[in-house]
Design a protein. Structure first.
Length: 431
């Protein structure tokens, strides 16, 4: 598939880097580019003369698709298509993103979220068809298709059905998260833009052992985190055990953010973002090789998304420091200090400074509670001691006078369960 990419901006210079990357991620070969700086035209988005240029470029390059890095209304899409050679399709930014999501969706949850986003994208177009057909009493007005009011109702019903199923999946995952916490795991989420290097960094932090189903791994999760240089490699979530030191950590990589995502699209993937919203700690990964301005814009977007619902501490990770020198890195630290105070600079590729990141994770995780238990010696007590070793950090363990004294730190939920278990132990007299 060959594509021409085009973008209009109100002011300044249009940047086609991201839309080119998105097009290639969807499987297109980019064979032409076109930009325009002007206010939006109601009929075409671009100026009509620029659309004529676009049509000529499509013919010259042999493109079968024109990808517009703007959100096009149904009428603008139709009008641009009318100018293009027969057989050349018009795709706007969000249709392209949904296409990529659809290609990457391997799990039931991911497929539902993609379907939900597609329906939310189609709904206003169906409403427009209904409105215009009623107003003009002409089916197919402006090439928008046959007037069928039932299609609008069908879309709304499908949206409601998908949301119910996603809510059921979310309830199951909430139960799974609590079970993991009760087992002594801290939950850490990786967030950030696509191609920031989250999956590569995850491979540095993770143990070789994947989280198996007995430890609560979601059955839909991928067993490994890919680290290819392409957008949306990780559409679902990947969870693996992470080696940070004394704490048992489950690290989850999620779908990357993309700039200019509309609210309806973010909402469609809310179920995936729950793993970020409900984490104990969020690592916000930023590509340190980008310009300070690009990094700032992406940090602002991520903060707007995360701080709305997230209560966990956020640590900014400046990744890919192998691509910048020390002076440039320091300049970027200073420029972003208001948005990213005290970030950790690492290279997920080379492993540089990953040890410092592990230490930072341990410091930022919620504090554990200290507990001291005096247990009667016996098989049941030894089983409890073993359980506490597995779920917490034992600082002192001593035996004498038919009892064992155990001093340990653990998550509050684990301490509560340890106390309850200790209270149910048989006394020497009852044995």
């Amino acid at each position: 598939m060959k594509a021409v990419v085009a973008k209009r901006v109100d002011r300044g210079d249009a940047d086609l880097t991201e839309i080119g990357d998105l097009a290639r991620a969807a499987g297109y070969e980019v064979v032409g580019e076109l930009t325009q700086t002007r206010e939006e035209d109601a009929a075409y988005g671009f100026g009509e003369g620029k659309v004529d240029e676009l049509a000529a470029l499509a013919v010259e390059s042999g493109a079968d698709t024109v990808i517009v890095d703007n959100r096009l209304g149904p009428y603008q899409t139709y009008n641009i298509g009318g100018k293009l050679p027969e057989g050349v399709e018009v795709v706007d930014r969000f249709t392209l993103i949904l296409d990529i999501f659809g290609q990457r969706a391997q799990t039931r949850k991911a497929q539902l979220q993609v379907e939900l986003a597609e329906l939310r994208y189609e709904l206003p177009r169906a409403e427009a068809k209904t409105s215009l057909a009623k107003r003009d009493e002409r089916p197919g007005f402006m090439g928008l298709g046959e007037y069928d009011e039932s299609r609008e109702r069908d879309i709304k019903n499908q949206i409601a059905d998908i949301k119910r199923e996603l809510d059921q999946l979310a309830d199951k995952e909430a139960t799974r998260r609590e079970r993991r916490r009760e087992s002594g795991f801290d939950l850490v989420a990786l967030a950030g833009y696509t191609n920031a290097g989250k999956s590569t960094l995850m491979r540095q932090l993770a143990d070789e052992l994947d989280v198996d189903e007995n430890e609560g791994r979601h059955p839909d999760l991928e067993t490994t985190a890919e680290s290819e240089d392409r957008l949306f490699t990780t559409l679902g979530t990947t969870t693996r055990r992470a080696d940070t030191g004394s704490r048992d950590v489950l690290l989850t990589d999620t779908v990357g953010f993309v700039s200019d995502l509309p609210h309806w699209l973010v909402e469609s993937f809310e179920s995936t973002l729950d793993s970020v919203y409900h984490a104990d700690l969020v690592l916000l990964v930023v590509d340190a090789s980008e310009s300070s301005e690009e990094m700032r814009e992406k940090l602002v977007t991520c903060h707007d998304t995360l701080y709305e619902r997230n209560e966990a501490p956020i640590v900014t990770v400046l990744n890919k420091v192998d691509r910048v020198d020390d002076d440039e890195l320091e300049e970027k630290r200073e420029a972003l200090s208001a948005l990213a105070p005290n970030p950790v600079a690492v290279s997920g590729l080379t492993g540089e400074n990953v040890g410092a990141l592990r230490e930072r994770i341990e410091r930022e995780l919620p504090d554990w509670e200290f507990e001291r238990l005096v247990l009667p010696l016996g098989d049941d007590a030894m089983s409890l001691v073993s359980w506490i070793h597995d779920h917490g950090s034992v600082e002192e363990e001593s035996y004498g006078n038919d009892q064992v004294v155990l001093e340990f730190e653990a998550p509050p939920s684990v301490v509560d369960r340890a106390r309850a278990k200790a209270g149910n132990l048989p006394t020497p007299e009852s044995v």
